[in-house]
Design a protein around this ligand. Structure first.
Ligand SMILES: NC(=O)c1ccc[n+]([C@@H]2O[C@H](COP(=O)([O-])OP(=O)(O)OC[C@H]3O[C@@H](n4cnc5c(N)ncnc54)[C@H](O)[C@@H]3O)[C@@H](O)[C@H]2O)c1
Length: 344
């Protein structure tokens, strides 16, 4: 098997998971890393034994010696780095959120398409074991034709200690976390045509909204609610679990606390645990997310080797980002937003 070589840009909080996942995958090797911050470069370089270290992404790409780049920086740097990858005709993975605006994301897709190289957005939540399990139940027809759904993430977990930039960003929960929940809604129920949203800031110490309730009219006719909160204080914290409710013509599906999946249909009721695997390098409660990182990176290697577009390609993810834009626009104006307006 030929080993594909990658270079990772951005050695911060989340990149540690990506580096662990790359180390655990066959057929791929990270040969170079880049961060503007020499301390982060040293920490990740030493932890994963990477000798080739750069502070400048442009210089690293110009020097070459790898088959793709994995961009793990925060959102404001994404466009410049993806355009640089396009310039060097390098396939690229870009962390979510794709870009600060839909216009930036469209330009990034266009640049990579013109260069003829694939772009995948690291939209990993749909790769979580419980979400994959729910998807396969829906595909089996066990609950009939779904007509209503809910994707819910409500927590009081302190995300700001690990990611302090989240407290100062004007856009918070929809852009950071809701983006995943909206992508799950697309994955399970198909694309949405209209969005109505309401937001609130409960925590006075942060700049952005920490509660959002979104109503989606899907193209299939299904209605879904996507609700997210980092202001919810519960007796038992469920971070970072996503709960699901889906009603169908023949039954219903519920994904609840501790990864308990209940499927009720014409053949009876089945309850099972669909917990994520605890990878050797993972730690609770993050293991659900960590496993999904390994799975999406595996998907990238498979698709790159096969010359096929990844499921969460840049073009696909424009539709998830459009839902984010639509939610902010709807919350700001009080009106229902037609997705066609934004995607044109
Ligand atoms: N998919 C998920 O489950 C998940 C979870 C957490 C964070 N994230 C995303 O990962 C991204 C990174 O988040 P984080 O919390 O690790 O941020 P972070 O601030 O901890 O790390 C980002 C790193 O990138 C470096 N950097 C920034 N611009 C650079 C540039 N132009 N060239 C080189 N280095 C540069 C910074 O110095 C920093 O070390 C964000 O987009 C965030 O939304 C995704």
């Amino acid at each position: 098997m030929t080993v594909m070589k990658g270079a990772l840009i951005g050695c911060g909080f989340f990149a540690v998971n990506q580096m662990h996942a790359w180390a655990g995958l066959e057929g791929v090797e990270i040969v170079a890393i880049c961060d503007r911050d020499p301390e982060r470069l040293r920490i990740i370089g030493d932890q994963f034994g990477i000798g080739r270290r750069h502070q400048d992404a442009e210089a690293m790409m110009a020097e070459g010696g790898f088959d793709f780049v994995d961009i793990a920086t925060t959102v404001n740097s994404h466009r410049a780095l993806v355009e640089l990858a396009a310039l060097h005709r390098l396939p690229a993975i870009c962390q979510k959120p794709f870009a600060p605006t839909l216009a930036d994301a469209k330009a990034m897709v266009a640049a990579m398409e013109a260069a003829g190289v694939p772009l995948m957005i690291h939209e990993n939540f749909r790769w979580q074991t419980p979400i994959l399990a729910a998807k396969s139940v829906l595909a089996s027809g066990a609950i009939g034709e779904p007509f209503w759904g809910r994707v819910s993430f409500r927590s009081g977990y302190d995300v700001f200690s690990g990611q302090p930039y989240l407290a100062t960003s004007k856009r918070f929960i929809i852009e950071d976390l809701g983006i995943h929940s909206l992508d799950i809604a697309r994955y399970l129920f198909g694309d949405a045509a209209r969005m109505t949203a309401r937001t609130r800031r409960v925590n006075p110490a942060i700049a952005g909204e920490d509660v959002a309730t979104m109503l989606l009219d899907h193209e299939s006719g299904l209605t879904s609610i996507v609700d997210v909160s980092y202001a919810t204080k519960l007796p038992e914290e469920s971070f970072p679990e996503t709960f699901l409710e889906v009603d169908g013509t023949e039954g219903a599906l519920r994904l609840g606390k501790n990864y308990r999946l209940t499927v009720h249909g014409s053949k009876g009721t089945k309850v099972r645990e669909v917990a994520p695997h605890l990878l050797s390098w993972a730690s609770r409660p993050w293991h659900n997310i960590q496993e999904s990182v390994a799975l999406i990176q595996h998907h990238w290697v498979e698709r790159l080797q096969a010359g096929r577009e990844p499921d969460t390609s840049g073009r696909d993810n424009l539709r998830t980002l459009a839902l984010v834009e639509a939610a902010y626009l709807s919350a700001e104006t009080g009106r229902t937003v037609d997705l066609g307006e934004l995607l044109r």
